[in-house]
Structures are given as structure tokens and as C-alpha cells.
Ligand binder design. Structure first.
Ligand SMILES: [Zn+2]
Length: 362
């Protein structure tokens, strides 16, 4: 089956009307000019540009001018990873500070596409997500499909539509503090929540309805839970340092392993979407593939998949935990994918749920 079929049908079916707030055309033109100027100076050195005028990330020691922390906490709480609740809560993106405001103190920073991409989702109803108003773009960078998410927007660019192609630096909207819990982001903390990630499963909506029948999902497959985050901070810094020698696919392939699992499934969307992450195994290829051995990073990103023959597997069960990297787990424990029970490691609820979503095929 062609995995792209349901994908394109879905995006074509979803069209959104005018955003809640509109931006005047003249202003859009000015913002585009600024964006183009910045793109021209940065894009030669880096395939991904920063999504707002705040460029302090690349100035040594100015992290506190770039990251918006949680109230009363250091700038690191605005980073990606196990940075919240004393390291036990995951923040799956980065929070970028506002650098320009109107007379009322609300942010006016333009938010730009970080790379050439296609608009795949626009949520203009802030009440429907903790992301508030948000936009998701799909990109193909270094041969891998990657998604960027721009959340808490004050306004979405007037006329922005699903299916539209955007150039790097093209305006998406204006930074804000919209969220389904009004007032949860104070004026001084207004920021862009920015994510870069991979799409777990295009059948997310059906899986979610089965797994959580009592919970709402207003965003189909574009629910934030279905885009598994990479570290944008690390990616921006690495490509700033290495320029065109940075390769996003290599970055994904070289994640630090948190654990290794075996899944007794041979046909699931990730295999078709990310074939670049599958390794060769001649024994499985000649005897027949019985399942996949998968390396997960601390956030659960399945970054290396090896087909296995039945003769190579001596464990029973749909999902089998093969190994745990305890050093990595102690550095990054917050996703709670595995747990120790009676001295033995096993998949925790979060780990099982991730593998169920990953391998779900209706
Ligand atoms: Zn955030």
C-alpha cells in the first residue's frame, strides 16, 4: 500500500478559513522584506533558518536573550528535553523570546518558515489546543521528511492555506501567547514554541480514538503527540557550526540510544516514511522478516530499524525490550519509556503506548 495515499487525501480534505486576526497587506510586505534580508544572510551557511528575528542563539553566552524560561526558572527551561519539573518533565520544543512589542506590550515578532516547505495544518482556534493557534509545515531536508511546528501564535498570516508552498523566511504569522488555557502565558513570557520532528503514524486519529475513547482530538494526525520531537537547539547550533557539512539525516541516524526493542510487526507507516533509517540484514532478507529491532532515543525517536528473521528472535510477545542504556536513562529520564520492576527492566506504559502508535495499522 502506498503510505502517501491517505496522507494526501487528508490534507486535501482539510481547508481552513480566514484566521481570527488578520495582518494588513502592507505589513506583510514589510515583514517579508525583513525575512528575505535575513534569509539571504543565513541560508548560505545553514539549511534551516531561525523562525523569528531573535538571533541571540548564535551569540555566545546570550542564551538567556534567546530562550523564554518558565516563570522564575533559568533559560534552560525554554530548551528541548528533560528541562521541566527538575528534569522529570519533557519539553518537546524550544521557546523563543520576543524581541519586538507594540504599545500594549504584546509581541509583534514575525514568525517565518525555517526552510522550504508545505503547509500541512493550520489551527486558528486557540481554544482547541495547548499550542493555541499553530501551523505545521512539512519539509524534505537532506532526504528526510521533517515537520516544523509554530505554536502560541497571536495571528496566522491572512490567506495562509493548507497545501501552500512556502519559501524559507516566508511569513507564517505573528508571535503570541495563545493557548487553550487562557492567561497561562503572561504578556512578558510571550514566545514562539517551535518544534522540529518526525511523523509517527498517519493513522493517528483512528489509533487515538481506540486508545483514548473519552478524549477529544480536534487535529486529526496533526495532534502534537503524533510528531515526535528532535532537538532544534542542537540542530541549529550544529548546522551553524558546520554549515553545508551538516546533514539532518545523519543527525537523526546518530542519536544516542536509550533502549532497544523488538516489535513483531512487519508493515507499519514508519517503515515506508523513513526507509533511510532501516539497516540491511541479509539473514532476515533471505529467511523472511518476522519483525524489527528498533533503537529509540530518550524521547522515543525510532532512529535505527533492523529487520530480524524468526530464527534470530528467542523472545515471545508483540513488543520485547532487548536492552537499556542506563547512563543515557539517568541523563534523560523524563519520558519514562522503561521502568525497573523487581530488578528487571521492562517497557513502561509510555513505552508501550509509543510502540502501539508506531506500529498501528488499521
Ligand atoms: Zn514551549
Amino acid at each position: 500500500m502506498d503510505s502517501r495515499q491517505p496522507f494526501s487525501t487528508y490534507t486535501q480534505a482539510k481547508r481552513f478559513g480566514a484566521p481570527y486576526k488578520t495582518i494588513t497587506l502592507a505589513r506583510v510586505r514589510v515583514l517579508r522584506l525583513i525575512a528575505t534580508a535575513i534569509t539571504c544572510t543565513c541560508s548560505m551557511a545553514q539549511p534551516l533558518m531561525l523562525p523569528t528575528p531573535n538571533q541571540a542563539l548564535f551569540e555566545q553566552g546570550r542564551e538567556d536573550a534567546f530562550f523564554a524560561p518558565t516563570p522564575g526558572k533559568p533559560w534552560t527551561t525554554g530548551c528541548f528535553g528533560c528541562v521541566r519539573s527538575e528534569g522529570m518533565q519533557m519539553h518537546e520544543g524550544i521557546d523563543i523570546r520576543s524581541v519586538q512589542r507594540d504599545a500594549k506590550g504584546e509581541p509583534t515578532d514575525p514568525v517565518w518558515a525555517v526552510a522550504h516547505g508545505t503547509v500541512v495544518y493550520i489551527n486558528t482556534n486557540p481554544g482547541l489546543s495547548t499550542f493555541g493557534r499553530y501551523v505545521v509545515l512539512r519539509h524534505f531536508i537532506d532526504g528526510i521528511e521533517v515537520y516544523s511546528t509554530y505554536a502560541h501564535l497571536r495571528a496566522v498570516r491572512n490567506g495562509l492555506a493548507v497545501g501552500q508552498q512556502l519559501q524559507p523566511g516566508e511569513l507564517i504569522g505573528i508571535m503570541g501567547r495563545s493557548s487553550s488555557s487562557p492567561g497561562s502565558i503572561s504578556k512578558d513570557r510571550a514566545h514562539l514554541h517551535f518544534e522540529l520532528g518526525l511523523l509517527l503514524n498517519e493513522h493517528f486519529a483512528a489509533w487515538f480514538k481506540n486508545a483514548f475513547p473519552e478524549q477529544r482530538n480536534d487535529h486529526g494526525m496533526w495532534n502534537g503527540q503524533n510528531i515526535i520531537g528532535l532537538d532544534p537547539h542542537a540542530i541549529f547550533l550544529l548546522q551553524h557550526k558546520h554549515g553545508s557539512n551538516f546533514n539532518l539525516l545523519d543527525y537523526v541516524r546518530n542519536q544516542t540510544e536509550l533502549c532497544r526493542v523488538f516489535v513483531r510487526s512487519t508493515n507499519f507507516p514508519w517503515l515506508r516514511r523513513y526507509p533511510q533509517l532501516i539497516r540491511q540484514n541479509h539473514r532476515a532478507q533471505s529467511e523472511g522478516v518476522a519483525g524489527y529491532e528498533i533503537a529509540l532515543n530518550f524521547n522515543g525517536v525510532p532512529f535505527e530499524l533492523t529487520p530480524r528473521a524468526a530464527s534470530e528472535i528467542n523472545a515471545r510477545g508483540r513488543f520485547v525490550l532487548l536492552s537499556v542504556n542506563e547512563a543515557e536513562l539517568s541523563r534523560n529520564p523524563c519520558r519514562k519509556l522503561v521502568t525497573r520492576h523487581g530488578g528487571k527492566w521492562q517497557l513502561a506504559d509510555n513505552g508501550l503506548r509509543l510502540l502501539e502508535l508506531l506500529t498501528y495499522q488499521p
